[in-house]
Ligand binder design. Structure first.
Ligand SMILES: [Zn+2]
Length: 408
């Protein structure tokens, strides 16, 4: 209490306990309403009047305020003005912050060494450009996997980025979330409605299933290692209707396209990008091959159709995986079945597709919580640190006309 003028102290006490301030017994007791002392105009509460109720003002006393005396203004007046200024500044800040108005990605599933996902967004701001960063988060929406610098981007116009999934190295397989961050030249951050700025349920995988249509794994005779008259079966048969598209399980280079009447029929060999693996596709439908030797293909690209050429009794794809070297040239065949099972995923659900549509801008509870924690002096919820990678990695594959990354 030291340093507080006695008159001020009396006023405060008066508020806390009227009886203490009016010890002479002049005020009513026993729960009666507080009645201010006579002539105490400044302590009167007036709903529509010009005089504000100030609990610290004492009737007839001028309130000493350290910085108020020079200007002659009262502490209450100064405080009110400061409040007004702060509110104005806050309105200015909110008004000039970059705001996300659209954010979407297509398609809902994309593959390593495949067709990139097209990320599109629009940011509203007074500045003609803002610095933008795309965060790739794990499915939990909290763990940052990559932070990709998208550079300076124009505001108020739709912007795009091709996400290859290999920015800063291959992204992990599975479900991902995308989040945008932006900063204008004045340092204002994106008004980030936590949900609206996110794309949920984007799926990323390293391999596609080689048959794009109904299929089954057939019987024991079609398994890897099944006995044949003079050798053992070096692949897995996939029973599917004649003409079903055969796609590249992994982007890569077609190393052989050939025909073998006595065995494989029409077949081709594909060397996967970024992995020591060769894939073999046999009994392909005559005239269905869409690729040539030496051609590069991307993950999921159709390369042929299921057929029954060569030594085959029914339409099916004979599929082999060779590791540790080339097909019939230093490598060894491995059982494709475990791989095929893991690549055989249901199509993205309707819910996932709906989640990538642009969302409205609801409030951002997470960011607000972090700020209020900072203001209150508590430790704000930790922000994970993830190195920001450049949007444009060294390209080893094709570029689009826009110069974006198509594949790794
Ligand atoms: Zn076979």
């Amino acid at each position: 209490m030291r340093g507080i003028p006695p008159a001020l102290l009396a006023g405060a006490l008066m508020l806390a306990s009227p009886a203490a301030a009016f010890a002479d017994g002049a005020i009513p007791t026993g729960g009666s309403p507080f009645v201010p002392a006579e002539g105490g105009a400044s302590t009167t509460i007036r709903s529509g009047g010009g005089t504000r109720y100030d609990p610290l003002r004492v009737p007839g006393e001028r309130v000493p305020a350290p910085r108020a005396q020079e200007s002659g203004a009262t502490a209450a007046g100064l405080a009110a003005r400061a409040r007004l200024e702060r509110a104005k500044a806050a309105r200015r800040r909110v008004g000039s912050r970059p705001t996300l108005t659209a954010f979407a990605v297509r398609p809902a599933r994309f593959y390593l060494a495949g067709s990139p996902a097209l990320v599109s967004f629009t940011i509203k701001d007074r500045s003609p450009t803002v610095r933008v960063r795309l965060d790739v988060l794990a499915a939990d929406g909290r763990t940052a996997i990559r932070k990709i610098d998208l550079g300076e981007r124009r505001t108020r116009t739709a912007q795009t980025f091709l996400l290859s999934g290999s920015e800063g190295g291959p992204l992990p397989e599975g479900r991902l979330q995308l989040r945008l961050a932006a900063r204008d030249p004045q340092g204002h951050r994106l008004a980030r409605p936590a949900q609206a700025s996110r794309v949920n349920g984007l799926e990323f995988y390293w391999h596609a299933f080689p048959v794009a249509g109904p299929f089954n794994f057939g019987g024991e005779g079609g398994r890897f290692g099944a006995a044949r008259t003079s050798y053992s079966h070096e692949g897995q048969d996939l029973i599917a209707a004649e003409g079903t598209p055969v796609v590249a399980p992994r982007g890569g280079t077609v190393t052989q396209v050939a025909f073998q009447e006595s065995g494989a029929g029409n077949y081709l060999i594909l060397r996967g990008d970024g992995e020591a693996r060769d894939y073999a596709f046999m009994h392909l439908q005559g005239g269905s091959l869409l690729v040539q030797q030496g051609q590069h293909v991307i993950t999921g690209q159709q390369i042929a159709k299921v057929g029954s050429t060569g030594r085959s009794s029914t339409p099916h794809l004979h599929f082999e995986i060779w590791e540790g070297g080339g097909w019939k040239a230093g490598g060894k065949p491995v059982d494709p079945l475990p791989h095929l099972r893991s690549w055989n995923r249901p199509a993205p659900t309707a819910a996932v597709i709906a989640a990538v549509l642009p969302l409205p801008n609801p409030p951002a509870p997470a960011e607000r919580k972090r700020r209020s924690a900072r203001v209150a002096g508590r430790r704000a919820p930790a922000r994970r640190r993830t190195a920001v990678v450049a949007a444009r990695e060294p390209l080893t594959l094709a570029r689009t006309s826009r110069g974006g990354v198509v594949a790794f």
